[in-house]
Design a protein around this ligand. Structure first.
Ligand code: FAD
Length: 235
């Protein structure tokens, strides 16, 4: 079912200082899970009922994952490069990204809010992230802004001097924003949310995963509820 047929308006959720998650379109419903599973018995339904919700919970619990693959969410996403790099590790899905070979680099960079500047305590694998003083937080923001300005000025000088964009981009910091399309099915999406909306994930990608989760829950509410009941582990 399309967005219009489902009565759900595709929408944009703003994330970080210049980013967003926009659901460009989706072909997704709880019914698609049920019908994919029931084709084993040559059965098909036009509407969900309680037994279908039970079937979805069963499939989730028993990790029968393939019925959750017959749908697609197409997201348009804007993130800092370091978030995109984490995101692209999720191989089950399709990506197309803004190219700094062909287009001029963006001059928008991620500067964390004061409360998002943190220190890490502990050891690899079990860090906790604690607030820093306002002075350190403000100094961090200023250091980042200064580096971004210097890097972008160098980028513009190089391009102006005739250096190819594909090479000039080497000066761009990983805090620069990029954009991409991500098309993914519910099974891989749940795996993404499971890993990236978790406490152990980096705070910045968590905000994006939270937005993806919200949009997913709107489209496939029964599947989403079953996912939560199953401990937020995908099938
Ligand atoms: C908190 C956190 C810390 C991380 N730290 C690091 C790090 O330090 N270094 C690093 O390199 N990565 C790191 N990662 C990335 C991580 O290793 C995964 O690459 C990423 O989370 C994608 O997960 P995935 O493979 O399950 O997703 P997808 O690639 O979307 O795959 C989905 C599922 O498909 C199956 N699958 C996909 N490809 C294969 C395959 N080739 N063989 C078998 N099954 C497959 C698996 O069941 C997989 O779970 C980290 C991730 C998290 C969440």
């Amino acid at each position: 079912m399309s967005a219009v047929e489902q009565g759900i308006a595709p929408r944009t959720i703003e994330v970080l200082d210049h980013g967003f998650v926009r659901l460009d379109d989706a072909m997704a419903s709880d019914l698609s899970v049920v019908n994919a599973a029931r084709v084993s018995f040559a059965r098909r339904k036009e509407e969900m009922d309680d037994s279908d919700a039970g079937l979805i919970r069963f499939l989730m619990r028993e990790r029968h994952g393939t019925p959750f693959e017959h749908n697609a969410f197409r997201f348009h996403v804007r993130t800092p490069l370091f978030v995109a790099r984490e995101w692209f590790r999720h191989r089950i899905g399709s990506y197309n990204e803004f190219s700094m070979r062909y287009a001029k680099a963006t001059d928008e960079f991620y500067v964390p809010a004061l409360e998002d500047v943190r220190t890490q305590v502990g050891k690899p694998g079990s860090y906790s992230f604690e607030p820093v003083s306002d002075e350190v937080a403000q100094a961090t923001r200023e250091e980042l802004a200064a580096v971004y300005a210097a890097a972008y000025a160098a980028y513009e000088r190089l391009v102006e001097a005739g250096v190819a964009r594909e090479l000039a981009r080497a000066v761009m910091p990983v805090g620069a924003y990029t954009e991409f399309y991500w098309t993914v099915n519910a099974r891989a999406l749940m795996n993404f949310v499971s890993l990236r909306a978790a406490e152990t994930a980096q705070r910045e990608i968590r905000h994006y995963a939270d937005a993806v989760e919200l949009l997913f829950a709107e489209w496939m509410p029964v599947t989403y509820e079953a996912f939560v009941v199953a401990g937020r582990v995908g099938p």
